[in-house]
Design a protein around this ligand. Structure first.
Ligand SMILES: [Zn+2]
Length: 151
């Protein structure tokens, strides 16, 4: 069971047609579950029409799938990105692409880039305390000695 996805189901046309709603956008994960073990995700993806996409994949070496439908392609894209970052599947060689014609950003990558910009920017107010270590550090050392000198 992957967080936020339902399944796993056998990756066969019959199962896909049974459980995946028709003509809905969605995100999916492919993999397998060992006996009494967790679902092992090997690949994640998304589709504007999830049922058609999964049926295109059959037959395949992947044994099972989990999925979730979303009301918009953008929501499916953001879920795919979350799965990619969270699960780091072995068979995803590259970061998920933004759907053609759109300029959506991966929410996870945007968070990472914010952090990196902050670390590189000398004027970042978040870094000033660490760059000016004079007063606070000596106070910390003083109180540390004080604590250790107690019984
Ligand atoms: Zn990302």
């Amino acid at each position: 069971m992957v967080r936020g996805l339902i399944g796993p189901f056998a990756l066969t046309k019959r199962e896909v047609d049974d459980v995946v709603p028709n003509a809905s956008a969605g995100a999916f994960a492919l993999g397998y579950s060992s006996y009494a073990g967790p679902f092992i995700v090997q690949y994640v993806g998304r589709a504007d029409d999830l049922r058609s996409r999964l049926n295109e994949l059959v037959p395949t070496d992947y044994r099972q799938f989990t999925f979730e439908c979303y009301p918009s392609v953008r929501a499916a894209f953001e879920k795919e990105c979350e799965l990619y970052h969270f699960l780091n599947p072995a068979d995803n060689k590259a970061h998920p692409d933004c759907p053609a014609g759109e300029s959506w950003k991966c929410p996870n990558c945007a968070a990472v880039q914010e952090t990196q910009r902050g670390e590189q920017a000398p004027d970042s107010p978040l870094l000033r305390p660490a760059q000016l270590p004079t007063g606070p550090v000596s106070q910390v050392q003083a109180s540390h000695r004080h604590i250790r000198s107690q019984p």
